[in-house]
Write a protein of this length. Sequence first.
Lengths: 255, 248
Amino acid sequence: MAMIEIDRLVKRFGAYTAVSGVSFTVECGTVLGFLGPNGAGKSTTMKMITGFMAPSAGRIAVGGFDLAENPVEAKRRIGYLPEGAPAYAEMTPGAFLAFVADVRGLSGGDRRRKLERAIDLVDLGPVLEQPIDTLSKGFKRRVGLAQAILHDPEVLILDEPTDGLDPNQKHAVRTLIKEMAPSKAIIISTHILEEVEAVCTRSLIIARGRVLSEGVPRPGGAGWRFGALEAEPGRLDAVFRRITTGDSQNRERAA
Amino acid sequence: MSALTRGTLAIVRRELAGYFATPVAFVFIVIFLLLTGIFTFYVGGFFERGQADLKPFFMFHPWLYLLLMPAIAMRLWAEERKTGSIELLLTLPVRLWEVVLGKFLAAWCFTAIALALTFPVWITVSYLGRPDQGVILAGYLGSLLMAGGYLAICACLSATTGNQVIAFVLGVIVCLLFTVSGTPIVLDLITPWAPQALVATIASFSFLARFGAIVDGVIDLRDLVYFASLIAFWLYANAVVVELRKAN
């Protein structure tokens, strides 16, 4: 069974359509990459999957629970890192994670173990008692990640998880995602193409609210294939440009 | 107590801790105590009246709350919206009403703490004379209930903006309308042209009139129902505003 099922999702803001008819499913063990230019609808799609925004049309199910009918059960199964990793600035990471654990209903030994595990996985130990607003960008991002993986969710939605991190931190986050991948359904958004090659098992190129192309690694392990287009290892950018800009030219010609 | 879910309680605890995370909470409480003291003993003429009651203490509460409650409630939603943490909060497995209730209750608890710390005034009047303790208790409960009304209004207005200063100013304006609606300030303006029923309705919204009755020891069920339904209405509006404003 697919952990995430998205069916003909639409989101309109007034006259503007941010997401127009996106459908896909994500199985357990998949790391799906959302690739796309800024304003493509990646974050909006994530906000709808996590239950922050209601879609204008379409259906979302997480772990078999329809998000519109059973939002609390669906949200229980999701860990979410919003764009920019917001948190409560005046709290310490320790207090912040304890709050999230409380709201998620963790208690007793299970709560303690899960807190320790999340803190350990993202290596937050040294800053556990410092207010979050005094932390570096890298630590803030890790606080957000710890919060997302705290309850060991079946579904992880990570909006630009490595944005603003230094190369070592990027590597650490990607390693963490790969380690967690076999037991979860993960969606990450990024505009770093090398990240797709590094961690994803599938990717969707999204622009102007539509899925333009779906890519998978080429059999044999070298490079990616997006429909008829093939990309050599490290050369995803050419394919990305062709798909995201080529389509608009075709449209202009058609119009 | 089924309304107090796990999620609501966790949010109450977090918000309360948030108040005390900075010295602002203590500064606020000190200001509140100083002002109640000044109003009671200097402006209200507590000693000069020679009466063993707390009327001079309670009669200024609506005016104090008018400025202090918007200050307590302004951060509740505006800060979440500004930092984007609202996205995190509302994707946790809790219902929106649990969050709305939790935030409101935290602000209300904080006010209750500040109000409870005025106990020296009660000790003073009890030491100097034999006041009617039932009336004093009614005054405290009425004051807390009225504070809840102000807080519910300001919490809702805080959700309309990401700017705490705007939230504060909006709060003061709307609270002022509710405070003075039954006084000549408003009634003289509308009586000449408005139909009788409208004038009566607007007058009935007045915090001053209803709270005044409670402080006199007259606990009318209608006054209690008024404040309770006012709180319920504004909390409902709060949830609606949060839902509508998520998009931007």
